[in-house]
Design a protein around this ligand. Structure first.
Ligand code: AMP
Ligand code: MG
Length: 305
């Protein structure tokens, strides 16, 4: 079996002309990925430390692989349990394409231990019926959102956090230019295009290139269709969601990946809290009209058909 796993830096950050002088930068390995924290302004040193410790604390609460996590020890606090309720609400909103209880079937595929295998149909249905929590599809987005709140409390001026492909911006750059976030090219090119955002935003990508293995020439990636227990196969290589709320951005990027372009577009049309960029397996790119994508050719998805 050929095993491929990408520890990915899913987004290249183009910080434009934010001044580097009072910037504090720290790289953290957390939640099984490399995270890059950049904070500007007075108190940035303390703010970076605070964000790093917040990330570690979320990991120690929600890790599925750490036997001592609060999730595994069944010692979640009342506040933690509220997150489970939010995840449940998101399952409803997305028609079940976002399913926060896929732990059993993720285990069957070996995605946590990296001992990959294609499970039998019986193993898949056993995994699906276990209904065990795995918030892997939202925790980094949620972490970004909490980090932005923390930065505000600490009085940081502005910041950009790359949490393993989930980008969280905080505040506006003083020169008035937008944050520019490059979206990774699923086919391995330098990058696909650039999304511009102002202020505090979450830009989250789910892609079939982020974590996968190959067996007999078939690629099996880590975003599962909850209906089948198999890797989602809705014609997409990647989806990026831009949203003011990190939890929502992260949940929706996963859900839209499972839905595909048509259903994802329908969900966008009935919503007003996010924008999205869809990259098809054919390489074609579609972006909703508010996505502010540049640097590549794409079809614009309008509110009206
Ligand atoms: P993301 O990279 O944010 O799309 O999240 C993928 C991770 O979420 C996987 O590694 C699993 O832990 C979990 N997951 C996989 N498929 C789904 C799904 N359909 N809904 C919710 N979580 C999922
Ligand atoms: Mg996600």
């Amino acid at each position: 079996m050929k095993r491929l796993i990408c520890v990915f830096l899913a987004a290249v950050l183009l910080c434009g002309c934010a001044p580097a002088d009072d910037r504090v930068q720290q790289t953290v390995f957390c939640m099984d990925t490399v995270m890059d924290l950049q904070v500007w302004g007075e108190g940035a040193d303390a703010a970076v430390e605070q964000v790093a410790s917040l990330l570690r604390s979320l990991e120690s609460t929600w890790s599925v692989t750490d036997a001592s996590s609060a999730l595994n020890q069944d010692t979640l606090s009342v506040a933690d349990r509220e997150l489970l309720s939010c995840a449940e609400a998101m399952r409803q909103r997305t028609g079940g394409t976002f399913d926060p209880q896929l732990r059993g079937v993720m285990e069957q595929w070996g995605f946590y231990t990296k001992e990959y295998r294609v499970p039998t149909a019986d193993q898949i249905s056993q995994g699906l019926t276990a209904h065990q929590w795995d918030l892997g599809a939202v925790i980094k987005g949620y972490a970004g959102q909490l980090a932005a709140q923390e930065l505000e409390k600490l009085g940081a001026q502005w910041a950009i956090l790359n949490l393993g492909g989930n980008v969280q911006t905080y505040g506006s750059k003083p020169d008035g230019t937008p944050w520019q976030i490059a979206i990774q090219d699923p086919k391995g090119g330098e990058y696909l295009g650039v999304v511009s955002v102002y202020g505090t935003k979450s830009v989250v990508t789910s892609g079939d290139y982020q974590r996968y293995f190959e067996e007999n020439g078939v690629r099996y990636h880590h975003i599962l269709d909850p209906e089948t227990g198999y890797p989602a196969d809705a014609g997409l290589s990647a989806v990026t969601v831009i949203c003011g709320d990190g939890f929502t951005a992260d949940a929706l990027s996963t859900a839209l990946f499972v839905m595909g372009l048509e259903e994802g577009t329908a969900l966008w049309r009935e919503s007003d809290d996010f924008e999205a960029v869809f990259v098809l397996t054919t390489g074609e790119v579609y972006a909703t009209e508010g996505a502010a994508l540049s640097g590549c050719e794409y079809e614009v998805i309008c509110r009206e058909d």
